[in-house]
Design a protein around this ligand. Sequence first.
Ligand code: PEP
Length: 253
Amino acid sequence: MTNKLKYFVGNWKMFGSFSSLKNIYRIHRFCVKFNKARKKNKIILCVPNTLIYFFTKKFRSKIISIGAQNCHHHQTKGSFTGSVNAKMLKNVGAKYIILGHSESRHEGDTNQLIKKKIKSALNQQLYVIFCIGETYSEKIRKKTFSVLKNQLKSSMDKKINLNNIIIAYEPVWSIGTGKIPKIDSLRNIFRFIKNEFKKNLKTKTSPPVLYGGSVNDKNITKFTSILEIDGFLIGGASRSSKKFIDIIKNYYK
Ligand code: PEP
């Protein structure tokens, strides 16, 4: 286990209400104590847009930040019914944003569209959690590396602000299914992503790379041997403060 900062990111999806503030307080109370005694952890909760302003006004913390889950690619105002852009999310207090999530790709987000969204979020100084990952059919056709390579290459501008990017490797077949990749293959994938990023953007360092897909308080211990994992993007289990806290606790056991 290294001493490096670890990210635990919750993706609440289309769940949560004003009363979920109590979950955030619980996580915060735990982290204040835990971070003092143990490692440094950064907690990011990506919540529905309707809750961002409420949470960020009620709650200020260096340990927990609030993020959004997607945005429209247009940088300025416009006739886009039902849409919200990165600037609007920034204005209501979001610090982070998930982009390229497989559920958003499923709704029509292409690599080209995601590229525009990343650009517009970075222009607003939001931190981008950029999701990549192969589908089950791509995995069995042994296309994982070429899919990841293409997603990285076609969605990221060479001139982006590297300090504001976090990558999340989320195999689509693992999201919400209870299935996780084999540890050896995951280690290779993490090495590949980090090398590929450095190659594409001609940099010596890679941004943090997180793992996401069916992470829970039981299987989290399986990931501890992969030093290349800089943290986790957690969907279902992040909606319960107890499960979320147990994931962090068990990671360090
Ligand atoms: C996600 O939606 O980003 C995710 C990882 O979901 P789950 O943890 O439920 O698989």
